[in-house]
Design a protein around this ligand. Structure first.
Ligand code: NDP
Length: 271
């Protein structure tokens, strides 16, 4: 109980005393943002543009990305570019923020034994993050830049129906939290921010979870802003919604009752 109270007090202090976010610091900042054609990535694109950042957006579907471009133009946000996926690595030059956000198609279902799918998802959700971050590190270092990695609560706490997805998100935490130690030990000035998100009301997430969870989705524009704040203030981890930080503390502190409570948020009727 004492530990739990201490964790809650520490969390509240951290929440209320968090670094002030100065949107002007993003004016002219060079941002490469992946998975920008939809969902949280699209919302991040609008925020970054509004703050005056120079953004390069990536996604596979060019036509959908064009719609984001049109919205940015209509919002008079002219300083951005679009980059076909294949050119990403060659074009990473002069970068202040690399925001890794894309994910491959996610199945929200019981494990059915598809090992190939897990391998593929690992490629899209994990190895591509490692490759892009590695390519960007030299230029980020030159500019004292920030690496922002979008993860999930299911990358901290394993949840049902997310076997492969959860594995990719745990892998991100392992790799990038280890890399953060190394950068600090080497005194290399690149921040790494891992973003832990709960259920967010993007079309894909709502479609995947419909009828399967008893959880309320939080708004994508707010989630996007929390990620941008985290990168700009160079914090190690962002939790959105903020109370997820306590969920993670409670998860560690109450190992005996936690599984039953967690499973009660998920719908499953055996066939
Ligand atoms: P969306 O499904 O809405 O968007 C995913 C983006 O990734 C799209 O721009 C899509 O564009 C791109 N993408 C899809 N497949 C691939 C691929 N194979 N290779 C490269 N890019 C691809 O995702 P969300 O906005 O919901 O999620 C964004 C981030 O937030 C993810 O990292 C996710 O794990 C995290 N998150 C989301 C939660 C939620 O409830 N929404 C909860 C917790 C974390 P295109 O198809 O054009 O390539």
């Amino acid at each position: 109980k004492v530990l739990c109270a201490a964790a809650i007090v520490a969390g509240l202090l951290a929440f209320f005393w968090k670094d002030p976010f100065n949107p002007e610091s993003l004016s002219g900042a060079r941002v490469l943002l992946t998975g920008a054609s939809a969902g949280i990535g699209e919302q991040m694109a609008y925020h970054y543009a509004r703050f005056g950042a120079e953004i390069v957006l990536t996604a596979r579907r060019e036509a959908v990305l064009q719609k984001v471009r049109t919205s940015l133009y209509e919002g008079r946000h002219k300083r951005f570019g679009l980059l076909p996926k294949k050119q990403q690595q060659q074009q990473i030059r002069g970068l202040d923020y690399l925001v890794l956000n894309h994910i491959g198609m996610t199945r929200f279902q019981m494990w059915a034994g598809d090992v190939e799918y897990t391998r593929w998802l690992m490629q899209v959700n994990f190895f591509s993050y490692v490759a892009l971050a590695t390519a960007a590190l030299p230029t980020l270092e030159k500019n004292k830049g920030s690496l922002v990695v979008v993860s999930s609560l299911t990358g901290k706490i394993p949840t049902p129906f997310t076997t492969s997805y959860s594995a990719t998100k745990f892998a991100l935490d392992g790799f990038f939290s280890s890399l953060r130690h190394e950068l600090i030990m080497q005194k290399r000035n690149i921040s790494i921010t891992l973003c832990i998100l709960g259920l967010i009301d993007t079309d894909s997430a709502l479609e995947n979870t419909r009828g399967k969870v008893h959880l309320t989705a939080s708004p994508a524009p707010e989630a996007a802003l929390a990620i941008i704040w985290g990168g700009a203030t160079r914090v190690q981890e962002v939790f959105y919604p903020w109370w997820l930080q306590y969920t993670c503390c409670l998860w560690v502190l109450f190992p005996h009752d936690r599984d039953q409570v967690l499973q009660s948020y998920y719908n499953y009727s055996s066939p």
